[in-house]
Design a protein around this ligand. Structure first.
Ligand code: ADP
Ligand code: MG
Length: 253
């Protein structure tokens, strides 16, 4: 933000500010040329402007606290010292190149984490399906979409229904293929409990996982003597969902 504001100030008439990011591996040679750089992986964020640029004498002072060339009230001279402070706190450093009349370029180097690698490791620990068909019943399009994509990603097939009637119709047509019904019980059109009752009439062995935003709905189910295989409270994680489906499919076979 600070770097962008400086670039704007350097281009009072007009100009172009480019911001880009890329992975950058610092090698021994580069590390030798730059005191603050260490060999390793960095993310390099580059901000280039086509503004007034800076003379060498100016470049040497811009990171000093309270150094400013702007009129009183316009600049504090604290922007760049703050920028450097933040970057150093993250183990990074900053380079500047500038030419008078052509523009300036600030390069911010931040040490990179190998986050993607740990994600993959987590993913491989999640229980995957064996192509079983899951019927997802939820009136919120967003929730349906997320559930659908996540389940497909972990090797389940998915049918979605946005209300009880759609759920009945899909269930009747695919009764033998559907392994589990994931059902939100706060759907508006027909009371969720009735939906479960009707599905259980179609197939007394239907495996239903009830999803609800309210923990108290679990008690309501029990009080109404409605027996479902599992109960999940929103918001749930994909891991909880996958574990619950696996349990329901394996344990209740
Ligand atoms: N992109 C840039 N182009 C030209 N000069 C710049 C640029 N960024 C910083 N400067 C110079 O560095 C000085 C210090 O910047 P900074 O610490 O952010 O304080 P301030 O913006 O309050 O002056 C600015 O006054 C300006 O002279
Ligand atoms: Mg500034």
């Amino acid at each position: 933000m600070n770097l962008c504001v400086n670039a704007r100030d350097a281009m009072p008439q007009a100009g172009t500010l480019s911001v880009s990011a890329k992975n950058f591996h610092i090698e021994q040679n580069y590390a030798c040329m730059n005191l603050e750089a260490k060999v390793g992986d960095y993310v390099l964020i580059t901000l280039s402007d086509t503004g007034c640029g800076m003379l060498q004498e100016l470049l040497e002072r811009i990171f000093e606290p309270f150094f400013t060339t702007k009129e009183p009230g316009k600049g504090t001279g604290l922007g760049l010292s703050t920028v450097v402070g933040i970057i150093k706190n993250h183990g990074g450093f900053v380079n500047v190149h500038s030419q008078v009349g052509l523009g300036s370029q600030f390069q911010v180097f931040l040490p990179a984490f190998q986050k993607a690698a740990t994600h993959e490791a987590e993913d491989s620990q999640m229980p995957r399906g064996n192509g079983e068909l899951i019927l997802v019943v939820d009136d919120e399009a967003f929730v349906r979409d997320v559930a659908k994509t996540s389940l497909q990603q972990f090797n389940y097939k998915v049918l979605v229904a946005s209300d009880s009637f759609e759920a009945f119709s899909l269930y009747v047509q695919n009764k033998n293929e559907i392994s589990v019904v994931l059902m939100d019980i706060q759907m508006p059109s027909m009371d969720g409990l009735n939906t479960i009752r009707v599905l259980q009439q179609i197939n007394s062995n239907v495996k239903i996982i009830v999803i609800s935003g309210l923990a108290s709905n679990h008690k309501l189910l029990k009080d109404s003597q409605i027996d479902v295989r599992a109960f999940l409270i929103k918001p749930y994680t994909i891991k909880e969902l996958l574990n619950t489906i696996k349990e329901v499919i394996v344990v209740n076979k």
